[in-house]
Design a protein around this ligand. Structure first.
Ligand code: ACO
Length: 260
């Protein structure tokens, strides 16, 4: 089914599906026969999903079909044959990469909470997609790995900042340069997962989290995310001022609701 300006053929080429149910949009990585490998079309279509997300969507869930969340970039892009329907990989300029990063950046918008539901492998661009989301609920079979440096490239799909914000520079450096796998226990310990559940319970755990988020007043949820996202870049004084600003606006709104 086509959605907005994105055609069925474009979703197919991108290996994506989108389902919008009221306040919840679910993006499914839907190329399980290739372990949800990602192409330029995937990233560009993700960006367009962000651009055309219906008003009223408050939570975006990103999940993978089949045995893995995502095996990262489609490795055929590195070959002379490439991937049918896709641009050649190299050489590329920064603007080209910027267009791909747009596929992930919108997941941090204050008007939505994004949740990655991750099971199996989440490698390279797949790991970065999980990092692009606000929250990560993971199955106990999860395997995160940042493989880019092993391929001679850097992680460039917006993943380095959230990775460092979560695990710190030394651990991020170690994970990237060794390309080693992080399993569920360590992911939880490092803060790469808010919640670890048995694979069979992943859908239910995400549904419960979505329900909890939707139970919060929309403007309160937006203000809370905006406030917390700003915190790492603020001094204590700046952050205290931001708390006051957000609270005064919310209290005014709540008072208006009570008197009407
Ligand atoms: N690109 C293209 N095709 C892929 C990719 C990929 N990244 N990953 C898997 N596939 C294909 C395989 O070639 C295979 O195709 P085939 O059935 O035609 O032979 C199919 O998906 C299934 O893959 P298997 O390896 O058989 O699946 P398995 O579950 O045993 O292993 C795993 C999964 C671990 C993810 C493995 O496929 C793998 O290591 N993939 C490559 C991961 C990688 O290095 N990604 C790049 C990261 S860097 C970045 O994203 C920028």
């Amino acid at each position: 089914m086509a959605d907005g300006s994105i055609t069925h053929a474009e979703f197919e080429q991108a290996g994506l599906r989108l389902a919008v149910d009221g306040a919840v949009a679910t993006i499914t990585l839907a190329r399980p026969e290739r372990r949800n490998a990602l192409t330029f079309s995937t990233w560009r279509t993700l960006a367009r999903i962000g651009d055309t997300l219906p008003d009223g969507v408050r939570v975006v869930v990103v999940r993978g079909e089949g045995p893995a969340f995502s095996a990262g970039i489609d490795l055929r892009l590195f070959t002379a044959e490439g991937v049918p329907g896709e641009d050649a990989l190299a050489p590329r300029d920064e603007e080209f990469i910027h267009g791909l990063q747009a596929g992930y950046l919108w997941l941090r918008r204050p008007d939505i909470v994004s949740i990655a539901a991750v099971h199996g492998h989440a490698i390279g661009g797949g790991f970065q997609l999980a990092l692009a989301c606000d929250l990560r609920v993971v199955a106990d079979d999860v395997k995160f790995a940042m493989k880019e440096p092993a391929l001679g490239i850097v992680p460039d799909l917006t993943g380095t900042k959230p990775l460092v914000d979560i695990v710190g520079v030394p651990r991020a450096l170690e994970l990237c340069l060794t390309a080693r796998t992080v399993f569920a226990d360590e992911a939880a310990r490092l803060g790469l997962a808010e919640l670890v559940v048995p694979v069979a319970d992943l859908g239910k755990a995400v549904d419960d989290l979505v329900a909890a988020i939707l139970a919060v007043r929309p403007t309160t949820a937006v203000a809370t995310k905006r406030l917390l996202r700003a915190a790492p870049g603020n001094t204590l004084e700046e952050q205290s001022a931001a708390e006051r600003r957000e609270q005064v606006a919310l209290l005014r709104e709540l008072a208006g609701e009570q008197s009407s």
